[in-house]
Write a protein that binds this ligand. Sequence first.
Ligand SMILES: *Cc1c(COP(=O)(O)O)cnc(C)c1O
Length: 410
Amino acid sequence: MSEKKVATTAVRAGINSDKHHGAVVAPIHLSSTYSLKGFNEKRDFDYSRTGNPTRATFGQAIADLEGGSTGIVTSTGMAAVHLICQLLSVGDKVLIPHDCYGGSYRLFVHLAKRGQFDVLVVDQSDEQALAEALVQKPKLVLIETPSNPLLRLVDIEKIASASKAVGAIVAVDNTFLSPILQQPLSLGADIVFHSTTKYINGHSDVVGGVLVTKTNELGEELAWWANCIGITGPAFDSYLALRGLKTLPLRMAAHQENANSVASYLNKHSAVEIVHFPGLEEHPQHELAKRQQIDFGAMLSFELKGGVEAVKVLFDNLSLFTLAQSLGGVESLISHPSTMTHAGMDIEAQKAAGISQTLVRLSVGIEDIEDILADLEVGLSASQSANVSPLSAPSKQPKFRISAAQAAVW
Ligand SMILES: *Cc1c(COP(=O)(O)O)cnc(C)c1O
């Protein structure tokens, strides 16, 4: 475990590790296989699915930043979630949050349908529901905070200690904040994982994942499974993610500064019904965010007044924000959870999860804040002057219906 400050650990990852040529930056090793020194004389690496120097450097860097022992780099964020599933046997129970990442929800629910384990879907902010689920002694408890897209928080320390009291392994999805802004292992988690596709790589040109364990023992077990099922990440992606990682602390600071300004701007705007951002004092878990997180992050969502037509007008009038899924890249993205990330849920399920059709999610980038705010102003004033009746939305048929085909793909 590194004793250095995070910015130093991020920048120095892999620096001066090349013993052969003295390359300052960790070289990329694309070879799929490695020679033995001689008969039955192995080197550190033998085959790239099992181990690769570039991947090992990146994995160790994230382990150091998270304060864990072992970092396992996977081909995607979902591969990291799937890897955790290897800890479960038939008959075991896994407790997942009702508002976790849609892909995680889909994986757990569908593997449970095939009988690989049983799944308990719980609103973890509901203490009674959580306590009742824990009585069933789950083997694994998954936590994701802040949640997507409503930025709800749950108390990692509290849930981890209650879960461990019944013998569960606790895994936290830390994708939304990165190790720079939240360190779940120090709050009692056994495993922390990321989609490195998001903030860690940060440049929207890699799809990847990483998982860090607190103990060596659990790390060895999961590394064994990662090799066994073949979900380790490619060397090239590790190289790029390691490159992105060096500026992670700087990027997070810039992302956050912009997100704070955007949140207060939206909070005062007459076209906006409500802003969901843990940094706002009126956010229901603002105090928890201050205690549990190192800072508030740069993801936020808001609800527009005036129905789903207002959302369309807003999107049509933005030029800087790109309408796209994903998050955590240097560029600002905007999305409509109801028809995009959460399209797999029918409208009723969306309502139950608190996702309205006027909900808009922002991944605030690191462009100049004046340009970001100017773009939002153009979009919001257009949506306001489009003369959308605020009464039209709830009673009418929704304009953006989720088609059966779309739902089937999910
Ligand atoms: C994107 C994401 C994932 C899945 O990661 P992929 O890299 O897309 O496979 C998991 N959890 C969260 C919170 C995410 O945002």
